[in-house]
Design a protein around this ligand. Structure first.
Ligand code: FES
Ligand code: FES
Length: 168
């Protein structure tokens, strides 16, 4: 039996029919042809498939598409600025040399964006400095669900640190 769902995908309202067992990763990639979200382990272990559900990072390989109903889903395609330029998260990853094969990069960028959102909404008063900037250990902890086989993580953590420093 198919279920009709309506949700916001990268700020655009969409309606579609999904099977009960369809996962969000497959719906995004195959149903909407958004191939920036990467299929890695399909088991919730690698973070390559990370998207935001109502601003929180989620492994889309484990998230049933029916549960997207009524939610806001953001993929890497939705992170890019409206004029097509890279979002600050993407820019800092590139500038820092944190992208090698790139397979983990979409998921990594979405997790960093989620962390940024969390800090901004939790601690940030517009126009004022962030009170508690995350330190390196906190960044590492936050990103521990995102695996990277290429970089050794140093440049990725550097990138996130730079981003938080820029945002204040
Ligand atoms: S593909 Fe989803 S966590 Fe690895
Ligand atoms: S850049 Fe290759 S897996 Fe991270």
């Amino acid at each position: 039996m198919m279920h009709e769902i309506t949700f916001f995908l990268n700020e655009k309202e969409v309606t579609c029919k999904v099977k009960p067992a369809t996962v969000l990763l497959d719906l995004i990639r195959d149903g909407f042809e958004l191939k920036g979200t990467k299929p890695g382990c399909h088991e919730g272990e690698c973070g390559a498939c990370t998207v935001l559900v109502n601003d929180a990072p989620v492994n889309s390989c484990l998230f049933l598409a029916v549960n997207a109903n009524g939610k806001r889903i953001t993929t890497i395609e939705g992170l890019t600025n409206k004029d097509g330029s890279l979002h600050a998260v993407q820019e800092v990853l590139v500038e820092s040399g944190a992208v090698q094969c790139g397979f983990c990069t979409s998921g990594m960028a979405m997790s960093i964006k989620a962390m940024l959102h969390q800090y901004e909404s939790g601690h940030h008063v517009p126009g004022e400095s962030l009170k508690n900037l995350p330190d390196r250990e906190e960044i590492k902890k936050y990103l521990e669900g995102n695996l990277c086989r290429c970089t050794g993580y140093v440049k990725i953590i550097d990138a996130a640190e730079k981003l938080f420093a820029k945002e204040v």
